[in-house]
Design a protein around this ligand. Sequence first.
Ligand code: DGJ
Length: 345
Amino acid sequence: MKKHLLTASFTLLLSFAFAQKQNVIRPGEVWPDKDGNHIQAHGGGIIRLGKTYYWYGEERRPGLDTNYRYVSCYSSMDLMNWKFRGDVIALTKPDTVLENNKWVLERPKVFYNATTKQYVMYMHLDGAVKGVSKSAWAYDYASVGVAVSNRATGLFKLIKTFRPLGKESRDIGQFIDDDGSAYLIFECRPVKGFYIAKLSDDYLSVEKEIAFIQSPLEGGAVVHYKGLYYAVGSRLTGWSPNANKVATAVSLAGPWSEFVDIAPPDTRTYSSQSTMFIKVAGTKDTTVIFMGDRWKPTALWDSRYIWMPVQIGEGKLWLPEPKPWTINVKTGKWKQMEDKPAPGK
Ligand code: DGJ
């Protein structure tokens, strides 16, 4: 009896500990959601609706049904405490030309269309194509999928797969400008660069090329800050990190500057890869957060997040060494918490 009581109180204590509010983001460490599970939203995208942030990403937890690919959704009011809202899509093989089970869903991004009141998800779909691919896990499909839902938390339904602007498309990124216009960023290997393309009014199609940035970069992320656009990307080194770079332009259409490092190159972006930027415009300050993934290719579920506010302005963007930090989303102010660098740097 005593033993049972002890176990019960221990379990209670544990759930209490997990239910505790977190007031810090620890880049590179396990990031527990409100249930105490490491957040599964890799290669993700974030939107804010009212006061709520929604984080969508690749669901990679162990034990998933391998016939499906999953996208998760989390919500938060403060960017630090995230509640798991479930897997918003469980996708079966989206095209018969794909080899059975040799396909991937990566880097999902969700846009909210205020006119149609629909949530529109873009995702990178890829894999080996029957009769074409020479290796089992080739990325030869090079397309995007579009899925829709009437609710932020799904379920989403796939409506089509295609190549944006008719071009091969691998890593995708999402950019919403200050005027609300929505863009898809996509990497295009044959022309060694990436596109920034405007979505149609209903967001269901990729309508118009706005910029083509000639530089072989993926993990494309764009932020608009004080009259300048900053575009960041990583070189094409698979899951291995490399020195991510930034270019700037006065107009999204360019001309874009040369690319320069965003962090000491030997740190390989502190072992991470760009995914997107979150701009928190508060009452006192505007903070731009670099959202990166520190991939663990042999255990993708255990991949970590490198989120860190960047130093930005007047054409410069620099990612300081990731250390625990906190943010107030109302004021937009952030501060460092402890002088402890992220592990595995
Ligand atoms: C790098 C990309 O950014 C990831 O999303 C993933 O596609 C890996 N390459 C696969 O090697």
